[in-house]
Design a protein around this ligand. Structure first.
Ligand code: ATP
Length: 421
């Protein structure tokens, strides 16, 4: 059943994976970890798409659901025009032949009791190539193509370094001549000194085998090396996607700006040094309302009717986030207004007297131990679109899409955040 002959090799629509949180002997569902929450993307034939984001944002879960290692909660995955869920057993087998995977830890790809040659040849035997001599030939050829030698086929995994093992894992993933390779953090477990070599090997193999590659990484510098396009993920959602060059040169989402800030760029004037993300990644069991990044965003949009410096506004939002989570009285800051201001980086007095009046009243409530009154006052007075409305992923002025209210027409009229990018 082909949906359309001109479709992308891989198309993912509304992909969602929630893990239930259960309690008690009856394993009653009390919540859900929203590991992946409605993700759309395509991988075209012969292209390398990078999926990038901090640890825990759902990248590996995208990989395991699209490879069929886990069932998605919702969404449609189409490979070469056929829905993966619509496949019968024979079709699934064919899908497994045409889509290979390499993992972060190359050791997991090998049975320590088998020679590397036997491991690399295993998929061939499973898929019906009975001729052992032919299998050996194919393995020898592949080992050479990944920079090992044909003789390495007779060695055992423990005799290989990490980099060599990952090269052999690449050989194994390519032995059935797939069209798609999903590489989940393929270099992050390797010594820095060998990472570049394995990455450039992956790049060469992609061209040589005309592979489509989905490269998963937390590291924008890795993605920049070999990806044609990049999709940026935050807490289960894609927040920006576009050609790598365009996303890196002109990131349209504050999260992407923060991720790219640490990547050295050829033009020092463009270096986004000093972008600071406040707080930790929130739990995907209870993601923030509106834009999920608003609790950490250095460019969160100030409320209408007040005149905030961006850093002061971020400080107020940090105070609000802490009040909502009730996690900040450890250092006794409740006892003094100046301790609260110092803790959150608030000035002694905000330039806008109206904003200052609200903040001091809230801090007074807090120091009088009425945390709830402080939380409510700040939430009522300082509501931002970033916390109320989830932004859609849509085209920006530079072309590629991003999901951020800074690109809404109304928001675009308000003063742009004075971040350091
Ligand atoms: N089997 C599972 N059961 C419950 N929660 C899970 C399961 N697998 C992943 N998660 C949770 O889902 C979220 C996304 O995890 P995932 O591994 O996909 O993220 P990631 O971006 O690949 O991060 P990392 O690089 O650290 O693996 C995390 O909060 C993780 O704890």
């Amino acid at each position: 059943m082909t949906d359309s002959p001109s479709e992308s090799l891989l198309s993912v629509r509304g992909l969602t994976k929630h893990y239930p949180v259960t309690e008690g002997p009856l394993r009653r569902e009390v919540g859900r970890i929203r590991a992946v929450d409605g993700v759309d993307f395509e991988v075209e034939r012969g292209e390398t798409l990078g999926l990038v984001g901090e640890s825990g944002c759902g990248k590996s879960t995208v990989a395991t659901t699209l490879m069929g290692l886990e069932d998605p909660t919702a969404g449609r995955i189409t490979f070469d025009g056929v829905g993966v869920a619509d496949r019968d057993d024979a079709d699934r087998r064919e899908f497994r032949r045409r889509a290979g995977m390499v993992f972060q830890d190359p050791t997991s790809s090998f049975d320590p009791r088998m020679t590397v040659g036997e491991s690399v040849a295993e998929p061939l035997a499973i898929h019906g190539l009975d001729d052992a001599d032919r299998r050996r030939e194919i393995v020898a050829d592949l080992l050479e193509r990944v920079g090992l030698s044909a003789d390495d086929a007779d060695r055992y995994p423990h005799e290989f370094s990490g980099g060599q093992k990952q090269r052999a894992a690449l050989a194994r993933s390519l032995v059935l001549n797939p069209d798609l390779l999903v590489a989940d953090e393929p270099v992050s477990a390797l010594d820095v000194s060998v990472q570049a070599g394995v990455l450039s090997l992956l790049d060469d193999l992609q061209r040589e085998f005309d592979l489509a590659v989905l490269l998963i990484s937390h590291d924008m510098a890795v993605v920049r090396e070999i990806c044609d396009r990049v999709a940026v993920m935050y807490l289960g959602e894609i927040v920006e996607v576009g050609p790598t060059e365009s996303v890196l040169a002109d990131p349209q989402h504050p999260y992407t700006r923060a991720l790219t800030a640490s990547v050295p760029r050829p033009d020092p004037d463009q270096r986004g040094s000093g972008v600071r993300l406040s707080g930790d990644v929130p739990s995907p069991a209870d993601p923030p309302s509106g834009c999920r990044f608003h609790t950490r965003c250095p460019e969160v949009i100030p409320p209408e009717g007040y005149d905030f410096e961006q850093d002061d506004w971020r400080a107020v939002m940090d105070l609000r986030t802490a009040l909502a989570a009730d996690d900040f009285d450890t250092e006794g800051v409740r006892r003094s207004a100046s301790a609260v201001r110092e803790r959150f980086g608030l000035p002694e007095e905000l330039p806008d007297s109206d904003a200052e009046a609200v903040v001091s009243e809230a801090i007074d409530s807090l120091t009088a131990d009425d945390r709830e009154a402080a939380r409510r006052l700040l939430a009522e007075e300082f509501e931002t679109v970033c916390e109320t409305d989830p932004p859609d992923l849509r085209a920006t002025e530079v072309g590629h899409p991003a999901a951020c209210h800074l690109h809404d027409s109304a928001a675009a009229e308000s003063p742009r955040a004075e971040s350091d990018d």
